[in-house]
Design a protein around this ligand. Structure first.
Ligand code: RAM
Length: 939
């Protein structure tokens, strides 16, 4: 049976509120046939679900593509479109049309917005927490309502209610973007929430990223006051429309939510009674009118993936040695706790959220305290009204935690009174890995959980201390992120912000959106005047719109190139390259300019005194500017004092070795991007530039024996992974890397940047056994050390909990978890190829080794599920792999010439080289057992 499924529009399922007038469609294929390819497709779009009249018909289009852009009549604001697809295969079969998918356009013209910005507050104290403004409006619905939509956004965060019912399960709307350039609005179908006659619309606003705590210690990043913009559009059966738009008739009051800050938490006084505020007939006589403002609508953009609550956890309740009561949810997550309470009015229950217990088994926040004591951090204060059982679910706050310290809970707390919810952007799960080593399986779980904890709206470093969109972390984890979840829409949105915030010089911020400095000029000026704290003074020295000292760093700014390239590689949608190309190019040009600038510090270095082909070598070495460098290498002291000193030194010394490597790597990727996009001149120009950088890099940084920066693994890994080593030095470098690992008794000394590549490099250069021993190492520093210490997420530092029980830094930082890509792409061997990106063609090249007796991975590619697994048996290794419909794979299995001969009975294209049998296969499910003919299964 031939059919299609999983139709997506703009990489989303049935999205409402698009602003791309040529939305991108994609589908997957179900087919029982082996070697199936799609010969042709036909897409139809219609304004009706029954397709009575067709708006656009692509006609029968020959080809394998499973994606196309809508190119029918111009799509107008708010239209709802259904689309469906049918396909033909290489066997002459024709599928039926798929079930229809749908999408709805947003408001495409300024004139569509009747709403005005409304601001509930008059004067605000920038230093104080503010109560959340409640806003309400009643409106009438005539008979004959056919549909109702709500369009909304805010400065700050909003929730909305219709007739007392919360209007959506989307959380933290309107999301986090570079608000002045791109503010998302959401579109909701609210037809089912309205009734004929009077209706009530309630809105609750909060500080969010707009003015609440962001980054290490900033507040009021975008401004001082929250505001709302929204309209409800009613469509009737007589074809008429009515719009209820935010304006001066909306009223406001404060209520029980006295404080709501993303990081600090919430204070809710349930004695403040505004019962029924969001329903019809509420007496709002003492509410005041909102202020109408003109904050513009030009910067409004359609929203991407929503954030939702996902997994739930029930705690174990423990009494700690110091007599405190603590909830243990068993898993470190980002989210919140919903609780049921019963007690006397006025009782103030406090919940403090933390990641760990200390070495004595007591609750602590000390691992997060190196920028100062945390007295106002991750706390819920709920004051009971005493009436009956009270349920509290936080509104606008999110915490990183596994443990919750309970204070003042009336009665005996019971586990089922508390439920923790993990909260993150609603991405689809894309893959799994399992093997015979349970510690590795736990490492996979830990890495996945660190991803979930840090993929709420933007990719953050940690869900606790900083919650910042650190560009370095986001680029180095992108490939692994795509192994775990479908992250295309997520990165596409964040990369648009990266480009929006890119500085005129091409420098990319180290955090996107910027939280190392302010977006608000007023707040910048206020803080500069008052800053006593040296750290705050340094951050505040970053003027809005200008890069700070800590921006534009190699390895971080390269997110502009590496992240879009990785998305293209994994999803095959060229439009991400089109969208990001200018940004990627500007970053490479920024590196070029800064490489060409002279450094005073290095003026005596040989490269300032040598030319190649008439060009000074110094031109191709990036030795200026601040760089974070490899970051948090295992055996380097990274106490806060030492790190502070290191940052100071790097301000004038830079990091030529690391920076030049990234300069070379990103320049090559840019040239590849240009080639994909048909920009031939750029492709050639950057390919040439890459060659020059590579030549100079080899000349000055890699001695002939390969001993680059002795004792450190990172530069060897980086140079090999980025393809920067000259042919004559590659193997010597890899040999030295393996020696170093062995000398260090199979321990790492890499940091953030190189850790994702070390196992790939070792395996690819002939040391899979060393890679396996390093992977399965469980003493510090190693991946499994944390697992052995019962970690449930990835730690920021290799010794987040030292063997003696000392705590260091965040315990939920995904960066080191990027090793999991080696499990998918190395152990199970599933690898995309840039020539046919998005797994249209892919490689399966597993490494068998270590203590593992079996291993398998799945990956939900744009074409459907890929599987690859192996098992050691008495007779040899058995393999099983699944190649989705309309894809092909090059399968490279460990084996002998004998095996190759045997397999040629079953496969047309079989070859043998260097201990691997290579098969070229089409779609299907395959079982290869040692010494036996191939087993086929239907997919
Ligand atoms: C830390 C962050 C992040 C890293 C930067 C350089 O504070 O947590 O992970 O990218 O510094």
């Amino acid at each position: 049976m031939l059919s299609t499924y999983d139709l997506k529009t703009e990489h989303l399922r049935n999205p409402l509120g698009l602003d791309n007038k040529s939305p991108r469609f994609s589908w997957k294929i179900n087919s029982d046939a082996r070697n199936m390819t799609q010969n042709a497709y036909q897409v139809q779009a219609s304004a009706s679900e029954t397709f009575d009249s067709i708006l656009w018909d692509s006609g029968k289009v020959t080809g394998r593509a499973q994606r196309l852009e809508y190119s029918g009549p111009e799509l107008k604001s708010a239209v709802r479109i259904f689309w469906r697809v049918k396909i033909w295969d290489n066997d002459g079969n024709e599928s039926a049309f798929s079930e229809p998918a749908l999408f709805e356009m947003g408001l495409l013209n300024a004139a569509d917005w009747k709403a005005k910005w409304i601001e509930p507050e008059s004067e605000v104290d920038p230093d104080a927490y503010k109560p959340a403004p409640y806003i309400r409006k009643e409106f009438n619905v005539r008979s004959g309502l056919v549909s109702a939509r709500a369009y909304m956004t805010a400065r700050g965060l909003y929730k909305f209610y219709m007739n007392g019912t919360e209007g959506t399960d989307h959380l933290f709307t309107p999301g986090f973007t570079s608000y002045y350039a791109r503010l998302q609005y959401q579109v909701y179908d609210i037809t089912h929430l309205l009734k004929e006659g009077a209706n009530a619309w309630g809105i609750l606003l909060s500080d969010g990223w707009w003015r609440g705590s962001t980054g290490v210690l900033l507040k009021n990043n975008f401004g001082y006051k929250v505001a709302f913009l929204g309209q409800v559009v009613l469509s009737y059966d007589d074809g008429s429309r009515e719009i209820i738009a935010s304006d001066g008739s909306f009223t406001t009051s404060s209520g029980p939510l006295l404080k709501s800050d993303l990081k600090a938490g919430e204070v809710y006084d349930a004695r403040i009674d505004i019962e029924g505020w969001n329903t019809v007939g509420f007496n709002d006589a003492d509410w005041t009118a909102v202020h109408v403002k003109d904050y513009g609508i030009d910067h409004l953009v359609a929203s991407s993936l929503p954030v939702r609550t996902r997994e739930e956890f029930t705690p174990r309740i423990i009494e700690t040695p110091n007599g405190e009561t603590v909830l243990d949810f068993g898993q470190n997550i980002a989210g919140w706790v919903e609780m049921k309470l019963q007690g006397d009015a006025g009782t103030e229950v406090v919940l403090v959220h933390g990641e760990t217990l200390d070495k004595n088994g007591n609750f602590t926040l000390s691992n997060l305290e190196h920028t100062g004591p945390l007295n106002d951090f991750q706390e819920i204060h709920y004051i009971l009204n005493g009436r009956s059982e009270e349920v509290y679910r936080p509104y606008f706050t999110i915490f990183g935690f596994r443990y919750v310290l309970l204070k003042n809970v009336p009665g005996k707390p019971k586990p089922d009174h508390f439920t923790a919810f993990a909260i993150y952007s609603d991405m689809e799960e894309a893959g799994d890995f399992a093997c015979s080593n349970p510690l590795i399986n736990q490492l996979v779980s830990n890495s996945r959980w660190s991803m979930k904890s840090n993929f709420m709206e933007i990719p953050t470093d940690c869900p606790t201390r900083e919650r910042a969109g650190w560009t370095g972390d986001a680029q180095l984890f992108a490939r692994t992120a795509a192994d775990f979840m479908n992250v295309h829409a997520f990165y596409e949105k964040w990369l648009a912000d990266l480009a929006a915030e890119q500085f005129p010089s091409g420098a990319v911020g180290s955090t996107v959106p910027q939280v190392l400095g302010f977006h608000s000029v007023d707040e910048y000026e206020r803080v500069v005047k008052n800053a006593n704290d040296p750290l705050l003074a340094m951050l505040a020295s970053t003027k809005p719109g200008e890069p700070g000292y800590l921006d534009g760093s190699a390895g971080w700014g390269d997110a502009a190139v590496i992240a879009p390239w990785t998305m293209y590689l994994c999803y095959g949608d060229q439009s991400i390259l089109e969208r990001q190309y200018d940004s990627a190019k500007a970053w490479v040009e920024y590196m070029k300019t800064n490489a060409e600038n002279d450094s005073d510090h290095y003026k005596d270095a040989a490269y300032y005194h040598n030319d190649t082909d008439g060009e000074p070598d110094a031109k191709f070495i990036w030795d200026t500017k601040f760089h974070y460098g490899e970051w948090l290498e295992a055996d380097i002291d990274h106490s806060p004092e030492q790190m502070g000193a290191e940052i100071q030194t790097r301000m004038f010394k830079g990091d030529p070795l690391t920076a030049t490597a990234y300069y070379g790597y990103s320049t090559r990727l840019l040239s590849e991007m240009a080639a994909v996009l048909g920009k031939r001149e750029d492709a050639e120009r950057y390919a040439k530039l890459h060659e020059k950088i590579k030549r100079v890099y080899n000349k000055y940084f890699i001695p002939e024996n390969g001993l680059i920066q002795e004792g450190r693994q990172a530069p060897l890994v980086r140079t090999l992974a980025f393809g920067l080593a000259g042919e004559d030095r590659k193997q010597a470098m890899a040999d030295r890397l393996a020696e170093l690992v062995i000398e260090q008794d199979y321990h790492l000394n890499t940091g953030f940047l190189s850790t994702p590549f070390i196992l790939h490099v070792l395996a690819d250069y002939g040391y899979p056994d060393v890679a396996y021993r390093l992977l399965e190492q469980d003493t510090c520093p190693s991946w499994l050390y944390a697992v052995a210490k019962s970690a449930t997420t990835i730690w920021e530092s290799w010794n987040g909990i030292s063997p003696e029980g000392e705590l260091a830094y965040s315990l939920n930082h995904y960066s080191y978890g990027a090793v999991c890509n080696f499990l998918f792409a190395g152990v199970a061997g599933i690898r995309p190829v840039p020539e046919q990106a998005g797994y249209e063609h892919f490689i399966i090249k597993p490494w068998i080794g270590g203590t593992m007796t079996h291993a398998s991975a799945t990956h939900e590619s744009p074409y459907g599920k890929i599987e690859s697994g192996w098992r050691k048996t008495e007779d040899g290794v058995a393999y099983r792999f699944v190649v989705p419909a309309n894809t092909t794979a090059t399968v490279m299995l460990e084996g002998s010439e004998e095996d190759a001969k045997r397999l040629s009975a079953d496969f047309e294209q079989v070859s043998y080289k260097d201990g691997r049998v290579t098969l070229e296969v089409g779609s299907g499910s395959y079982h290869i057992k040692p010494g036996q003919p191939i087993g086929y299964e239907n997919v």
